[in-house]
Design a protein around this ligand. Structure first.
Ligand SMILES: [Mg+2]
Length: 222
């Protein structure tokens, strides 16, 4: 079966792990800021706010707790998302990446380039633009907001992505830095590559993978 699309995770795949650390730290501090705002105090019991902040500090995770609060108290998730993701990715070191642009531009002549991320669309759009690949990805993005609560690595997330992009699982190559996501995709029979963007040059950095794919595609993908 001919490969039609490269389906790529975003955070930690299209930019490096150092960037991910900065983004995670910013997300946690923005989330706590939001929970401590005056308007939240009038809508949520103080104990819930403090418990949530505690849970966020312990786990390093934010969105599942905010989802829970939104459901329980009817606080809009969208407004929370807008607030937490208001930072400019460029201020967190996510910058225009000429090497990535050139590789994806060349591969986009043969493959559709799809971004498949657990991040919300507001953040994903900003990151894609900051990296300079907005024109290459276009509308081929599957984000948190489209996955109805089933995020990667759940099989439902992969099925949603396939449905929305109208691709079959044997028509794509999936790339992600998260091993659980890669294993989940493989379990579904999706060809997958684990990306390692840890700052050292690696055979499995996104640059090396895309570069190998350029050559492979020339003869091996008919
Ligand atoms: Mg990732």
């Amino acid at each position: 079966m001919k490969i039609k699309a490269l389906v790529m995770d975003m955070d930690g795949t299209l930019y490096d792990q150092e960037g991910v650390k900065r983004v995670t730290a910013a997300t946690i501090s923005r989330t706590k800021e939001y929970l401590r705002r005056k308007d939240m105090a009038s809508r949520l019991p103080r104990a819930v706010i403090e418990e949530t902040i505690d849970a966020i500090d312990r786990s390093g995770q934010t969105s599942r707790y905010i989802h829970a609060i939104s459901k329980r108290f009817g606080v809009g998730y969208r407004r929370f998302d807008d607030y937490v993701n208001k930072d400019d990715p460029r201020k967190l070191g996510i910058k225009r990446d000429e090497r990535l642009i050139a590789l994806l531009l060349s591969l986009s002549k043969r493959y559709r380039i799809v971004v498949f991320t657990n991040s919300p669309d507001i953040w994903a759009g900003k990151v894609i633009r900051a990296l300079g690949i907005g024109h290459i990805v276009g509308r081929n993005m599957v984000t948190n907001n489209m996955m109805k609560g089933y995020l990667k690595p759940s099989p439902q997330a992969f099925n949603t992505m396939l449905r929305l992009t109208r691709l079959k699982k044997n028509e794509i190559i999936f790339m992600d830095d998260n091993i659980d996501n890669v294993n989940a995709a493989r379990a579904l029979g999706i060809r997958s590559i684990r990306v390692v963007n840890n700052g050292r040059s690696s055979r499995n950095s996104i640059y090396s993978i895309l570069k190998r794919m350029q050559y492979k595609g020339r003869d091996g993908n008919r």
